[in-house]
Design a protein around this ligand. Structure first.
Ligand code: P6P
Length: 336
């Protein structure tokens, strides 16, 4: 056998990829590269803790409720600490918005040029039943001068101002998928080496698909436009796939084609998902992969944030399907 076959290259590590991509930005000074490395480090630590959570009593509820009114899981708290600590120690981030914290988190790095919005562990109620969960993050360049704490204006920027966005899926394998505005790339974690390796270069999402992801349990309170769109999906014999873990549902649809929708419901009149650290980062990724994201009327990334935990309806995935959903909602408005 040809000896080359005996030792196939292990592939491009995340570090090497970040450095190569930095060369695409001649004026890059390396801070964003360092920030992405800091996030990857925290991801490795959180991955380890998720994988052993059933063994060292860190599964289950923490006993508090977060600003969302949701029961915090122990791993929510641990993941939040890990990401905040990694970003604080990395020095590039002045201020953080976290799903787990009511207020802005000032890192003390007043020279830091970046702000991060993060959902440290989304879908964490699924941990105890071994369903995939995820981390979702957005990176913005601060608009206020360095040398002081980040401001609300630094944090409430529209999604079009993102300089990077990504998610981690802790599933059958752990993957980091991110964009800096030049396409979407996926990296799979090899725990025995402690490295992420490029496994899904230049991800593009199919222009259409036959998967729809929605919580049908809320269908009684869906608008007539949403109901009409879902009836169309069923008439076309689409597959209903809903894991109840946003990152897992989004990742599957990104690769296979499909649409995830969390519209306004009676329980969540503005939708359930949060604009800054769930909808915007996934919108950046899906657009970079050729897809589309809106609140049903408006491009998600053009929504002007009013509060850092604000929610918004979301229709995200294959461009054709999101456009069809928007058309159904427009028809509803015209009927009104
Ligand atoms: P529902 C998890 O709490 C989450 O934010 C997303 O991960 C998930 O897609 C959604 O909520 C599930 O919400 O109302 O269908 O249980």
């Amino acid at each position: 056998m040809n000896s080359d076959k005996l030792a196939l290259p292990v592939g491009t590590t995340l570090d090497r990829f970040i450095m190569r991509k930095q060369e695409d930005f001649p004026y890059a000074t390396g801070e964003l590269s360092q920030l992405l490395r800091d996030i990857a480090l925290a991801t490795k630590i959180v991955n380890r803790e998720i994988n052993r959570s059933g063994l060292i009593d860190i599964a289950g509820a923490y006993g508090n409720r977060n600003v969302q009114g949701e029961d915090q899981q122990k791993l929510d708290v641990i993941a939040n600490i890990r990401f905040i600590r990694a970003l604080r120690n990395g020095g590039e981030v002045c201020t953080i918005i976290s799903e787990e914290d009511d207020e802005l988190i000032q890192t003390g790095n007043n020279q830091g040029k970046y702000v991060v919005a993060i959902d440290p562990l989304d879908g964490s109620s699924n941990i105890d039943v071994n369903v995939s969960i995820g981390t979702i993050f957005s990176v913005y360049r601060r608009v206020s001068p360095t040398g002081r704490e980040g401001t609300v204006a630094d944090c409430l920027q529209p999604g079009t101002h993102q300089v990077a966005a990504g998610y981690v899926i802790y599933g059958s394998s752990t993957m980091l998928v991110y964009t800096t505005g030049n396409g979407v790339n996926g990296f799979t974690y090899e725990p025995s080496l402690g490295e992420f390796f490029l496994s899904h270069p230049d991800i593009t999402t199919p222009a259409t698909g036959t998967i729809y992801s929605v919580n049908e349990g809320s269908s009684e309170s869906f608008s007539s436009g949403v109901t009409a769109f879902l009836q169309h999906c069923k008439k076309e014999a689409f597959s209903g796939r809903y894991i109840g873990s946003l990152v897992a549902d989004f990742h599957r649809n990104l690769l296979k084609g499909g649409i995830y929708l969390y519209p306004a419901t009676a329980k969540n009149p503005k939708g359930k998902l949060r604009l800054m650290y769930e909808c915007n980062p996934l919108a950046f990724i899906v657009e970079q992969a050729g897809g589309r994201s809106s609140n049903g009327q408006r491009r998600t990334m053009e929504i002007e944030p009013q509060a850092h935990h604000e929610r918004c309806p979301v229709f995200i995935g294959s461009k054709d399907l999101v456009l069809q959903a928007e058309a159904a909602l427009a028809a509803e408005t015209n009927e009104a």
